[in-house]
Design a protein around this ligand. Structure first.
Ligand code: ZN
Length: 393
């Protein structure tokens, strides 16, 4: 029985080749948000084969979500797996390693079964990349009654509690008047010009943004033909900030820029805003405990690092509902590559990537085990959550 850290580590090492194989297969078959059928199948098959339990498929109404449980009753600790890829650049966010690490952590604890003093859940959470899978699972009540949620994410350095930004998306559709671009350009009103001016106006406002704000867009429709003054044009922006308050302030500015550009060009604009992800409320009690475990495993994590940027994650929403951690572990050298780069996709299928995944599996398993067996640790985490989650909203 793996009742001590060494036994947990041994179990991870025993199944290490199978975890590496899982990570490699998911990497070689990148699937986009909500289409992760192969990945979900492979995860479920491995957990059922090695863990000997039935995996629930399609939880929360999401066909590629899944859940497996060991132990019984409360407290309930969730270990989250992600496995979606990015368009064109595949597993450039390393979610294949997140999946294998979470599965490894879960399977390392399965021999304990009812001796756990609570339950451990493996949650397969689809569509982190723009699909908000965890938000849908939250809305479906999958996290209700969960006492703590853990996951890790590949990165270029080890960080225990790096921020993740609150985010939203704004779709902008411009409608002008078409005309022949050579014979009668004076009869037209260009939707594309308004679309492009929006980018310039937003750039002009960046001086007024607080630190940590990110506003980035791309053109989704640039017109119809080169000889027509474009009647239709569209773009999409992502707005991110460290707090919901700043996010809201910047949203108003960005929307004003679109309206200003439309006014100047004499075209119409329609805006539709989609709620994105909430800021990460890192539970420092759990993050520091994870850090001590990591140190015992030979890593030297820092809490955070101002010299590297932050993204957004639907784990942010989970972290506002239950005490959560989302630490980062290096799968390459510092500054060698970051998430969403082609080089990072290579690192996600490298020997170093797989070694880090195994370390993550051990650290997640030990932390989950400790949360069930050290009630003071869990209670302190919960008390911290009560005092912090409202402040971070
Ligand atoms: Zn990611």
């Amino acid at each position: 029985m793996p009742t001590d850290p060494a036994a947990i580590d041994t179990r991870v090492d025993e199944i290490g080749p199978k975890l590496t194989d899982l990570a490699r297969r998911i990497h070689q078959n990148p699937e986009l948000r909500f289409e992760e059928h192969k990945a979900a199948d492979w995860i479920a098959e491995l957990v059922e084969k090695l863990g000997g339990m039935k995996v629930e498929r399609g939880i929360g109404g999401l066909p590629t979500a899944l859940r497996a449980r060991i132990g019984r009753g409360s407290p309930r600790i969730a270990i989250c797996a992600e496995y979606d890829a990015l368009p064109e650049i595949g597993h450039a966010c390393g979610h294949n390693l997140i999946a294998a690490g979470a599965v490894g952590a879960f399977l390392a604890l399965t021999p304990l079964g009812s001796e756990l003093g609570g339950s451990i859940e493996l949650l397969g959470t689809p569509a982190e990349e723009g699909g908000a899978g965890k938000i849908k699972l939250l809305e479906a009540g999958i996290f209700e009654g969960v006492d703590a949620a853990l996951m890790y994410h590949p990165f270029d350095r080890d960080l225990l509690a790096h921020p993740a930004l609150a985010s939203l998306w704004i779709e902008m559709r411009f409608s002008g008047t078409p005309s022949h671009a050579a014979a009668a350009p004076w009869d037209g009103k260009s939707a594309l010009t308004a679309c492009l001016e929006t980018f310039r106006l937003i750039d002009s406002q960046r001086v007024h943004f607080h630190d940590g704000v990110r506003v980035h867009g791309f053109v989704t429709n640039g017109g119809q033909a080169v000889n027509i003054i474009p009647e239709h044009a569209a773009c999409e922006f992502s707005v991110r900030a460290l707090t919901t308050k700043e996010l809201e302030r910047v949203r108003v500015i960005v929307e004003r820029c679109a309206r200003g550009a439309a006014l100047a060009c004499g075209v119409e604009v329609s805006l539709s805003t989609r709620t994105g992800y909430r800021a990460m409320n890192n539970n420092m009690t759990m993050a520091r405990h994870f850090g001590r475990v990591l140190e015992a495993l030979g890593r030297r994590p820092r809490e955070t690092d101002d010299s590297v940027g932050a993204g957004s994650t639907d784990m942010g929403d989970v972290s506002q509902a239950v005490p959560s951690i989302h630490p980062y572990l290096a799968i390459c050298d510092r500054d060698e590559s970051l998430c969403h780069e082609r080089r990072f996709a290579e690192c996600a299928a490298s020997e170093r990537g797989y070694q880090t995944m195994l370390v993550a599996a051990k650290a997640l398993a030990r932390t989950a085990f400790d949360l069930l067996n050290d009630r003071e640790l869990l209670e302190t985490s919960k008390r911290e959550f009560q005092t912090t989650h409202a402040a971070n909203c």
